[in-house]
Design a protein around this ligand. Structure first.
Ligand code: ADP
Ligand code: MG
Length: 464
């Protein structure tokens, strides 16, 4: 006889933690830093705050290889009553919105807490205050994996005399510092390249990093958007219909979707064979499925808007790459918005040349998705393929060459190859834009290199 049971969601993630990047004590330490930094950046720059982030890794027990990780930011903070759920309930997030974020799954913090408690049995310590809050809240939290809910071990409130705002988190976990050190350093440096407006201070057992703010310019913050008709499925529409009592199909489409004006909606409904004045909630299940099919097939929608995105921009990319890579010259481009499956995206690329970049047989590739540096699974990433297939000889580049390539994709939905968020899957539209972005940047490099060549010729003529 079989015996059936449901596995609680938090328990499922605890058992399958490698899916979220917590494979072992090296990856887990790296991933912990990553999740905390990403949350801190989301809580600052998205709200027009110049990020300042303090990080500390300390050895707590050498024998057991226990380390503590502390992260503090100057972000918008978390409301006191939300802190337990935010840290203790899997799939609890403020980012399930159509807008570019680093976080997407509502999972990061919970994986950190789950990993910490399952290796050291210690709670997470949180301190937070929202903007203008007159109190600071402090919690100690663990997760009840069976109930997928927080266990609050301690809760305190302090007066917020100096109007501090932000979030500080401390966890103790089994972590291999020596194993993770290099990756953590790479991750933080690469973060500083794409976010030169952030100040990041890191203290580790035998490594200190101070990545200074290089500019006070922030990229424009993304706006919150509506879904594009090509991006929704039947379930999503069903959900949307619950809030659309009394609306006609025409109203339903124009109110709830991006890129759908009245004219477009009418043309679509006529083409798809629906009565614009029928009540949206009266659709039969079969009609619903047909509607969604037609919405995907229709060619007449406007493109999804890109206001929900926040690309870094060529200027900031050049500042960041020059400062951190020590390059002689950097050429960056931001392509125009495109879309795949109804999701808007923008590709940015930069080529960095010379200076402190060591010459090598193929370009050093720095991959980014929604401003997150991607360090693992490079072989699975479509960017690697694009860079390898690129005809560098057409652009005056001869290997070995001191060349680094930065490729950044931002989107309301990055097609990650896995929940660990380390590689971008092969999507034809994105691949094409990567190629074009690289071409645009490489053209500028070619111009620069041929100018240099001419200067050298002149110079040689002059001295001989
Ligand atoms: P995600 O980032 O995918 O939403 P997380 O589990 O990492 O999932 O975080 C859950 C939520 O907690 C976030 O959506 C955000 O609202 C809040 N949060 C986490 N870290 C911070 C922080 N440093 N500052 C402000 N809010 C935060
Ligand atoms: Mg997160």
């Amino acid at each position: 006889m079989y015996s059936y049971e449901a596995l609680p969601v938090a328990e499922w993630f605890r058992r399958n933690r490698e899916l979220a990047g917590f494979h072992n004590s090296t990856r887990a330490l790296y991933q912990t830093i990553r999740e905390l930094v990403e949350n801190s950046l989301d809580a600052t720059e998205t709200y027009g705050i110049l990020p300042t982030i303090y990080l500390r890794v300390a050895v707590e027990d050498e024998q057991k290889s226990w380390v503590s990780v502390y992260a503090e930011d100057n972000g918008i903070g978390i409301p006191g009553n939300e802190i337990p759920n935010v840290f203790g309930r899997v799939f609890y997030s403020s980012k399930y919105r159509i807008k570019q974020h680093r976080g997407v799954f509502g999972l990061g913090l919970k994986m950190v807490v789950l990993y910490a408690q399952s290796t050291t049995n210690k709670p997470v310590l949180v301190r937070s205050a929202t903007l203008k809050s007159d109190k600071i809240y402090e919690y100690q939290i663990m997760i009840d994996t069976n109930a997928n809910s927080p266990i609050i071990l301690d809760r305190r409130e302090y007066p917020n005399k100096y109007r501090w705002h932000g979030t500080a988190v401390k966890v103790v976990l089994e972590g291999n510092w020596l194993g993770a050190k290099k990756r953590i350093e790479d991750y933080l440096r690469r973060t500083a390249i794409i976010a030169p407006y952030a100040e990041i201070v890191f203290k580790g057992p035998d490594m200190d990093l101070w990545l200074k703010r290089r500019t006070t310019k922030l990229p424009p913050a993304p706006k919150e958007g509506l879904p594009h008709p090509k991006s929704v499925d039947v379930d999503t529409i069903k959900q949307m219909l619950l809030d659309s009592r009394g609306m006609t199909l025409l109203e339903f489409l124009t109110e709830n979707f991006d890129a759908v004006g009245e004219g477009t909606a009418k043309a679509f409904l006529e083409w798809a064979g629906f009565n614009p004045n029928a009540k949206a909630t009266a659709l039969t299940p079969e009609e619903l499925v047909r509607l969604v099919e037609k919405m995907k097939q229709y060619e007449g929608w406007r493109r999804p808007r890109a206001d929900w995105l926040s690309p870094v921009g060529a200027e900031l990319l050049e500042i960041g790459a020059k400062a951190i890579l020590g390059a002689e010259a950097v050429f960056a481009v931001t392509r125009k918005p495109e879309s795949y499956g109804g999701h808007p995206f923008i590709v940015e690329a930069a080529v960095a040349w010379g200076g402190q970049i060591p010459p090598s047989d193929k370009p050093l590739l720095l991959r980014y998705a929604n401003k997150i540096p991607l360090l693992y699974d490079e072989g699975a990433d479509v960017a690697r393929k694009v860079v390898d297939e690129f005809h560098w000889d057409n652009y005056k580049v001869k290997f070995p060459a001191p060349l680094a390539v930065i490729i950044h994709v931002c989107s309301t939905k990055i097609p990650y190859a896995s929940a660990g968020k380390e590689a971008i899957a092969e999507v034809a539209e994105i691949e094409k834009e990567m190629r074009l972005a690289l071409r645009d940047a490489a053209k500028k490099l070619r111009l620069y290199l041929s100018r240099k060549e001419k200067e050298m010729e002149l110079f040689n003529k002059y001295i001989t």
